[in-house]
Design a protein around this ligand. Structure first.
Ligand code: GTP
Length: 349
């Protein structure tokens, strides 16, 4: 008997937009669907996997959560994604739906194209690409902020074919979308949200629907079942990179850098977080996430910084045998001064 293709939803969006938060909410409200989740993170601490495994949703047990940690999924399609999908499809107990969270720096286009590989195409179809947008970051001009600098460079160097890397990635992720979720609307007023809608609409020639959300709260029925078959429409969603290098030149993530900082226990987490805000602002760090050891506390403290907005909460107990420690992934543009950022974070403890 011919098996029905399994729908796969690709969830993309820039660092810190709220992808993991939205997926966590989805898993807790999946309405009886069994979901397999493939998570790809930039930076190798596996924070997203931990957050999702910790949500205890029946829709998706720990076995159904697969982490791809060898770099951005868009660059490791052949070595990482295809073999992972093949293994998943060989399972006896196949999922009803597959959800893929790309890293915040990934281009969705090569991933969607992978669904046209013969061994995948016969068994799976892309239900839709959902792009999560940090509305507050858009309103703050995060993705357009170094226009002047790039324009100045372009005058000096005719060969410069890139816009700012943030802007380009933002547009590529929007161009791939079947549905755009304008998240974090709690941080804006109505006029601010309208500005974000206009800005987002102006960044893609395609006009996918847009919905607004707070804390990634979107009904499962809205996210799953778009039924698009996006892999058949990739010709209309080319990334800047594909348009510039039609001859197949490799795309890479040279514009971004990440490293892990190991720190001692935090005796005063609030003071550390206040000082961390200063470090982020001074060095223009894009994203910090990780966890901390707070002496005397049985739970580990999760720290999530998106720009200089920092959330922190006690997440889960240290597991038996797990070494307590403080580890943070730091992500920034390539010109970020790693040594200076390391020293500044260490001095903030
Ligand atoms: N105020 C506010 N914060 C949010 C909202 N959604 C998510 N956040 C917070 O934003 C931070 C980043 O959220 P994540 O869900 O980890 O974002 P992500 O897109 O998975 O991030 P990466 O994995 O780095 O790409 C966390 O601290 C969330 O609690 C929202 O709607 N409003």
């Amino acid at each position: 008997m011919l098996q029905q293709k399994i729908p796969a939803t690709v969830i993309t969006g820039f660092l810190g937009a709220g992808k993991t938060t939205m997926i966590r909410n989805l898993l807790q409200n999946a309405g009886g669907k069994r979901i397999a989740l493939i998570i790809n993170e930039f930076g190798d601490l596996g924070v997203d996997g931990d957050v999702l495994k910790g949500c205890g949703a029946e829709a998706c047990t720990e076995d159904d959560i697969i982490e791809l940690t060898n770099g951005c999924i868009c660059c490791t399609v052949a070595d990482d994604f295809i073999p992972t999908m093949s293994k998943l499809l060989e399972r006896e107990n196949r999922p009803d739906h597959i959800v893929i969270e790309t890293s915040g720096l990934a281009l969705p286009q090569p991933l969607v194209a992978a669904f046209n590989w013969p061994e995948i195409k016969t068994q799976v179809t892309v239900d839709g690409v959902i792009t999560v947008v940090d509305s507050a970051a858009v309103a703050a001009g995060r993705f357009a902020d170094d226009h002047d600098r790039v324009d100045a460079l372009r005058v000096e160097d005719d060969n410069l074919d890139h816009e700012s890397p943030l802007e380009e990635l933002f547009e590529d992720q929007l161009t791939a979308a079947d549905l755009i979720v304008l998240n974090k609307t709690d941080l804006l007023d109505a006029a601010g949200i309208q500005t974000v809608r206009d800005e987002v609409a102006s960044r893609t020639a395609r006009k996918p629907s847009m919905i607004e959300a707070k804390n990634g709260e979107v009904a499962a029925a809205v996210l799953l079942g778009l039924g698009v078959g996006t892999e058949d429409d990739i010709a209309n969603r080319k990334s800047h990179h594909e348009l510039e290098h039609e001859n197949g030149e490799e795309h890479d993530h040279d514009e971004f850098d990440s490293f892990v900082v190991e720190l001692p226990a935090l005796s005063d987490p609030s003071a550390f977080i206040e000082r961390l805000k200063g470090v982020i602002a001074e060095h223009d760090v894009l994203r910090i996430k990780g966890f901390a050891d707070v002496p005397g506390k049985p739970l580990r403290l999760l720290i999530q910084a998106v720009g200089s907005r920092i959330d922190n909460y006690f997440e889960r107990a240290w597991a038996p045998g797990e070494v307590r420690g403080t580890r943070l992934v730091v992500i920034g543009l390539h010109d970020m001064d790693e040594q200076a950022v390391r020293a500044a974070i260490a001095a903030a403890v």
